[in-house]
Design a protein around this ligand. Structure first.
Ligand code: C5P
Length: 220
């Protein structure tokens, strides 16, 4: 069967500053989304698909020849649109679902996820929590036991039929921030593999500045 990647880039977030949607903010001269697409060029991935926001077709056409799928109001809806589009194709065995907001994907993470999919229907990259986690509010609230917690990144890898069925079964009113929780709710066992700090999500202007520095350091 084939292995495909689905990049979700239909967010309207402009927390990175300016009025350029986050996925088109340049890092070292290239839009973040272009970096994310390039990082998915891997010998085990047969095709890369992308979900973009309606109205951003021209911006997207400037960075890729891929025929885009249109997204929805939430990340979860954008992924669903992508999955339903791909369901019309036959022969897709595995899918990597990835955030455009995590543009630096070390190939070794793809290798780890593929290995984990040999014995599970889902797999996600995770990192330990290094900060104290607590309830906020007016003053410090209860502190969570961080040793029991992980930070969950993307790409998230699944057997295609399993994640499609899980999305179809999910209660649309409940907003999921990733696909692993939708998989888990459907009874799919999601394996954990080691993630990478390079995969941390870029949200604020300072994240972009730091990414640019890191990228520069890696290239020289
Ligand atoms: O906003 P956040 O950083 O959580 O978004 C994660 C990813 O989901 C981003 O790559 C964003 O473009 C995508 N997204 C989407 N459709 C939405 C909202 C977010 O494809 N409606």
């Amino acid at each position: 069967g084939r292995t495909v990647a689905l990049v979700v880039a239909a967010g309207s977030g402009t927390r990175a500053g300016g009025d350029v949607p986050k996925q088109y903010v340049p890092i070292a001269g290239r839009p973040m989304l272009a970096h994310a697409l390039a990082a998915l060029e891997h010998p085990a991935i047969d095709a890369v698909h992308v979900v973009i926001a309606p109205g951003q077709e021209a911006q997207f056409a400037g960075i890729s020849d891929i025929v885009p799928i249109l997204g929805g109001d939430t990340r979860q809806q954008s992924v669903r649109n992508g999955l339903e589009h791909l369901a019309a194709e036959s022969g897709i065995d595995r899918i990597f679902i990835h955030d455009a907001a995590r543009p630096f994907l070390p190939p070794v993470v793809i290798d780890r996820l593929l290995a984990a999919l040999e014995s599970a229907d889902g797999a996600v990259p995770v990192l330990p929590v290094v900060d104290t986690l607590a309830n906020g509010g007016d003053a410090l609230g209860d502190v969570a036991d961080r040793s029991a917690l992980v930070r969950v990144q993307t790409p998230q890898a699944f057997r295609f039929d399993a994640i499609l069925a899980a999305h179809r079964a999910w209660d649309g009113a409940a907003n999921a921030t990733d696909d692993a929780q939708i998989a888990r709710a459907a009874g799919i066992r999601v394996a954990l593999v080691e993630g990478d700090a390079m995969l941390d999500k870029l949200t604020y202007a300072q994240d972009f500045a730091r990414a640019e520095e890191r990228l520069g350091a890696r290239l020289v």
